[in-house]
Design a protein around this ligand. Sequence first.
Ligand SMILES: *[C@@H]1O[C@H](CO)[C@@H](O)[C@H](O)[C@H]1NC(C)=O
Ligand SMILES: *[C@@H]1O[C@H](CO)[C@@H](O)[C@H](O)[C@H]1NC(C)=O
Length: 387
Amino acid sequence: MCVLLPLALCALVASCQAVSPPQQSLGPLPLLSRACNDVDVLGVAGLALQDINRDRKDGYVLSLNRVNDVREHRQNGLGSLFYLTLDVLETSCHVLSRKAWKDCGERHFHESVYGQCKAVFYINRPRRVLYLPAYNCTLRPVARRRIQFTCPDCPGPINPSYPQVLEAATQSLAKYNNESTSKQYSLVKVTRASSQWVFGPSYFVEYLIKESPCAKSQDSSCSLQPSDSEPVGLCTGSLSRRHLEKWVSVSCNFFEAQAPAPGGEKSAVNQGPESLPKVEEPQKKDLDPTPSPSKAVPRGSVQYLPDLNKSEDLDEVTPEDFEGKNPHEALPVQLDLTTNPQGETLDVSSLFLGPTEKLVVLPFPKGLRSAECPGPAQKDNPLVLPP
Ligand SMILES: *[C@@H]1O[C@H](CO)[C@@H](O)[C@H](O)[C@H]1NC(C)=O
Ligand SMILES: *[C@@H]1O[C@H](CO)[C@@H](O)[C@H](O)[C@H]1NC(C)=O
C-alpha cells in the first residue's frame, strides 16, 4: 500500500503533463468556410491567380471564371492561409506579356481552354504580406465534338508542329518584317494553331517572336544564327489559299519591357531572400537547427490535358455532354503540401524582417465544399466549367 500510492500519484502527474499543456498552445485553429462570392474572397482569389500567372513561363494568362471553393485558416495572429479552388479560362494574352488577367481579352467559345487551379495563398494584411506557397492547375480545351454541334464551320485546333502551320507562321512573319521599317523578328515558337476550310485551306496561328540579329537586307541567310534573346511579342497570323491565290495576314503585340533579368529574382509580391519558404516537419525542427539549403522547388505547374473526345465518333453526342456531366471530363488537380491531418509548419520568415515566423499548413481540403460555393461564373456555359 505504501508503495502503491506514490506510483499512482506519479502516473497521475505524468498523464496530466502529457495531456493538457502542449496541445492548447499549438493547436491549429479550424478551417473556416467562406462564401465564394464574398468580396474579400474574390480579392484573394484574384491576387492568387495573378501570382500563378506571374510564376509561369509558357502558355496563356488564366482569368478567373469563378471561385469553386474556399477555406480560410487563421494563423494565430499571423494572418491567414487560404485554400482556393479556382475555375479558370485561358485568355488571349501570353504569360510573357506579364499583363494582369483582368486586362486580357477573352477567347472565342470555339477556342476556349478551361480548367481548374488549386492554390494555397497566404495573406497578412497588417504586415502587407502576400505570398503564394503552392499551386497546381489542370487545363483542357472544350471538347471538339461539342463545338462541332453548335458551330460546325468554326476553325478547329490542329497540331502546331504540322508543316502547314509553320508555313503560315513564317509567311505571316515575313509579311510583318517586310512592312517593318526598322527591326526584324524571327519565330520562337507556335503557341496555337487552327484550321478551317473556306474556299481552300486556311491556317490561323499564334506565335512568339524575338528580335532577329539580321538586317533587313540579309533575308533568310542569317536565320540560323544563334540568338539567346527573349521573346518580345506574340503575333497572330493567317494563311489562306484558293487555287493559286493566297492571302496572308499578321498582327503583333509587343510585351512591356521585361522586368526581371534572366536568372534574377522571383517576381513574388514580396521579394524576400532567394530561398523559398519551405515546408518542414515540426518534430524535426529542434534536431536540425541549421537551415537546409533552399531547394528550388517549383511552386506549381500547369498541366494540359488533351481533348478527350477527339478520337471518338463525332455523332455520339449525349445530353450529358451539354450539361458538363460527362465523367470523362473530370479535371484532376492535385495539391498536397502535407498529408499529416495535424498539419505541418511552413517557415515564412523570409517574408518578414523580424524573427522566425511559422505557419501551419493543413492537407488541402477535400470532399464537401464551403456552404456558399461555387460562386457565380463570369461565363456560365457548362462546357467551360469544371464539374
Ligand atoms: C513588301 O512590301 C512591299 C511594299 O510595302 C510590297 O510591294 C511587297 O510586295 C512586299 N513583299 C512581300 C513579300 O510581302
Ligand atoms: C502538382 O501536380 C503535379 C502533377 O500532377 C504533381 O506531381 C505534384 O505532386 C503536385 N504538387 C503538389 C504540391 O501536390
